[in-house]
Design a protein around this ligand. Structure first.
Ligand code: HEC
Length: 160
């Protein structure tokens, strides 16, 4: 499975457009009850909400239709850590910033770690700067995602 682009996802993951979850290799590895076969390997499974979202994308035709997590209206009020910020950081940052040897010495695995990067001003800085932004080597976070993150920070970056 080569997951670096939409094209490689479609060409290397078997039956990724199949609405039958037993056939669809992507859905199968997310849903597998055996931890040795389930992805992400050695980590807790994706949340049911995240799996449902991917399933919905498949059911809508597995289209190459952009990566705006907030497809549609951008709702920036009452942004919660548990609902928005934590899943965002888990999906886009923790691959490099967790574990015993996090990259750049920056750990983003817990609320306390994230709060520390908010307080020293780096969390917002790294996702908004125009060069060498985070996620490193990846697409910049979309404007709506940044606006929501900013709103959560402005409201006190609470553990809510
Ligand atoms: C592919 C790996 C990777 C991903 C994904 C990634 N980072 Fe980083 N990050 C690094 C590395 C490596 C450094 C060390 C500095 C450098 O090489 O640019 C770093 C440095 C940082 C720093 C310190 C920067 C400074 O100027 O002191 C922060 C804060 C940070 N990352 C936050 C994030 C956030 C937030 C995300 C998700 C939106 C993220 N990173 C995603 C690899 C990554």
């Amino acid at each position: 499975m080569v997951l670096v682009s939409y094209q490689t996802l479609l060409s290397t993951v078997e039956h990724v457009t199949d609405n039958n979850w037993g056939e669809n290799k992507l859905m199968r590895v997310l849903l597998d009850s055996d931890p040795d076969d389930r992805m992400p390997y050695g980590k807790p499974p994706l949340s049911q909400d995240q799996i449902n979202l991917i399933g919905k994308w498949v059911q809508q035709g597995a289209k190459n239709n952009g990566c705006n997590e907030n497809y549609g209206a951008c709702e920036t009020t009452n942004v919660q850590y548990s609902v928005f910020v934590q899943p965002l950081i888990q999906a886009r940052c923790q691959g490099c910033h967790s574990g015993s040897n996090p990259q750049g010495g920056i750990n983003l695995a817990s609320y306390a770690n994230v709060k520390q990067q908010v307080q020293n001003g780096k969390l917002l800085d790294v996702v908004t700067r125009t060069s060498n932004w985070m996620p490193k080597g990846g697409a910049k976070l979309d404007d709506c995602t940044i606006a929501k993150l900013q709103s959560w920070i402005n409201a006190g970056a609470q553990d809510n």
